[in-house]
Design a protein around this ligand. Structure first.
Ligand SMILES: [Zn+2]
Length: 568
């Protein structure tokens, strides 16, 4: 049988070699037929079939059109009428944090102390010796009675493993006895200023630590090892593949994160494309090497910098012209990078002179305005160039600044999921007038501003279907705005898909390489379970990914019958 197979393969090989030389044209490695192809290419907006050779799209058209690419070794996929889109490009993620969170113990929905202890015990089995168990986001108010957890609850299942699991609000954590011992906390340890060590009736620490007391333990937790980082990235890659995310733009990675991406790339295990933007505080490093924006190859690029102008709306630290509606003496906080302002200006001048791209977190209207001022000065100082300044979040706009955004050709890198999340309470914080220019996606488009879409994962879910759902419905998560919170700012499904593919590609200088299904571009594709252009919009969030293809390779496929899926 073996001999026959070998012989048969040889004959096939010969035949295909003859076929190739006869046609004198290479054949496709992959052809997808019977699809509803939405290309995001204005020249050829819809199609039925796509041919891929190597990592590139070579043919887009009808089944008959791409048949010319069909060869003996072409893998054929019948899409059975499903929707095929360019892969999603998430313009703003925190990729390693996301991967770490996926593998961390999940305690938020543990509804009893027993369940809490059981989950910590399960995590011990998955945790290599010497590593800490952290994260968790527990919430004892979901228990009856609502009593703070103690080390006695988890010590029996964690005899050798240090545990420091946090409450969901980040203001309290629970340490087990191993962690308390490593941190040197005993019955005699004093509360630090601004912190509390909770004690039991006998005066012994219960393991619960509050605010500044968290530092006692945090400072003895070792930094992430290279192995932990690789594990987190691999976990995140598998998650991204299952969701149809084929590119991400990674905001403020640590340098060792980029080293992990690079190692996986060299091993051939990087199944998604990454553009990394380390912090602007490290501007000298990239400037010294002399690289510019989008330096690298199709799977890994650097050459961008992430800056912070202010805080967030949720913590009332976004920097506004006027005070918060519910806090008349507070109008937010500028980040330390902005104090003094000349510090930020100098760094941005240096970055721009080196040809590096600027991606600045700015949420409050005054913070956005101040960054636009600096961008203006930078552009004036260095002359006209294709620099693609970005503002990350661009959440609360002053009416006067939409025009400036357009004139400076600044990209609004926005996260629609935040709108349906914050939309539950934002108006109470900032009032109706400012809320009307909040997540103002439609106004940006009307002004000709480039939109790039993303999630801010792991602050919000990575699932692109939730982002599309959010952008087109603006229906807040509490179910209170079924017709949309400030519905005049809704995007259409085609606009959302364009911003999530071509828009994000433009934001990383890659619109000629990806973002649409166009001959010559990278074959990054996603096949969906439903046609998001025609189903009721509230159903978009339930749409599943059937296949994810990156550079012509299938990196994820759902088995449509039987539930289990295969991944990289
Ligand atoms: Zn972020």
């Amino acid at each position: 049988m073996k001999t026959f197979c070998a012989l048969f393969t040889q004959i096939l090989f010969l035949l295909s070699a003859i076929a190739v030389s006869a046609q004198s044209k290479p054949t496709a490695d992959l052809i997808i037929t019977n699809a509803k192809v939405w290309t995001v290419d204005k020249v050829n907006p819809t199609a039925q079939a796509v041919a891929v050779l190597g990592d590139r799209v070579v043919g887009v058209g009808s089944n008959a059109d791409v048949e010319a690419w069909h060869g003996a070794n072409t893998r054929m996929i019948d899409a059975a009428g499903k929707l095929l889109l360019p892969g999603f490009n998430d313009a703003h993620v925190h990729f390693v944090s996301g991967g770490l969170q996926l593998d961390a113990v999940q305690l938020n929905d543990a509804t009893s102390p027993e369940e809490f202890a059981r989950r910590v015990g399960e995590q011990v089995k998955k945790t290599p010796k010497g590593e800490w168990i952290v994260g968790g986001d527990w919430d004892e108010t979901k228990w009856n009675p609502a009593k703070l957890p103690t080390k006695e609850l988890i010590d029996p299942v964690t005899p050798d493993t240090p545990v420091f699991v946090s409450r969901y609000d980040g203001h309290m954590s629970l340490a087990n006895s191993v962690a308390l011992r490593l941190a040197g906390i005993t019955a005699h340890t004093k509360d630090p200023p601004g912190g509390v060590i909770v004690h039991d009736a006998q005066g012994n620490p219960t393991g619960a630590l509050k605010d500044a007391a968290l530092d006692y333990v945090n400072k003895v937790i070792p930094p992430l090892s290279h192995e932990q980082r690789l594990r987190a990235v691999k976990r995140a890659l598998a998650h991204a593949a299952s969701l149809g995310v084929t590119s991400v733009q990674d905001m403020n990675p640590d340098y060792p994160d980029i080293a992990a991406y690079s190692e996986l790339l060299q091993r051939g295990d990087l199944t998604m494309r990454i553009y990394a933007a380390p912090l602007i505080t490290q501007v000298d490093d990239q400037a010294k090497i002399g690289i510019g924006h989008a330096f690298g190859g199709p799977f890994l690029r650097i050459g961008a910098l992430k800056a912070y102008a202010d805080g967030s709306l949720g913590s009332s630290t976004a920097y506004f012209y006027e005070p918060f509606t519910d806090q008349p003496s507070n109008h937010g906080l500028l980040s330390d990078e902005m104090q003094p302002l000349s510090l930020m200006r100098d760094r941005m001048m240096k970055a721009d002179a080196a040809g590096l791209q600027l991606c600045t977190h700015a949420i409050g209207d005054q913070a956005i305005s101040m960054i636009l001022d600096i961008y203006t000065e930078v552009a004036q100082a260095h002359g006209d160039a294709d620099r693609r300044f970005r503002i990350e979040h661009a959440q609360h706009m002053a009416a006067k600044d939409f025009d400036r955004f357009a004139q400076l050709r600044v990209i609004a890198s926005v996260q629609p999921y935040h709108a349906i999340d914050d939309g539950r309470w934002a108006e109470k914080r900032i009032g109706h007038d400012r809320a009307s220019r909040t997540y103002a996606f439609r106004t940006f488009l009307d002004h000709g501003v480039h939109l790039a879409l993303g999630t801010d994962w792991d602050v919000a879910p990575l699932n692109p279907m939730l982002t599309v759902y959010a952008a087109v419905t603006r229906a807040t998560l509490d179910g209170k705005n079924r017709n949309g919170w400030f519905p005049e700012q809704k995007l259409t499904v085609p606009e959302t898909i364009e911003a999530y593919t071509m828009g994000s590609a433009y934001a990383e200088f890659q619109e000629k390489e990806k973002g649409s299904i166009t001959p010559g571009k990278l074959a990054d594709l996603v096949l969906l379970s439903d046609d998001i252009f025609s189903i009721p919009q509230e159903k978009i969030r339930d749409v599943q990914v059937l296949k994810t293809i990156v550079g012509g390779k299938i990196v994820w496929a759902a088995l449509t019958e039987g539930g289990k899926s295969v991944g990289p």
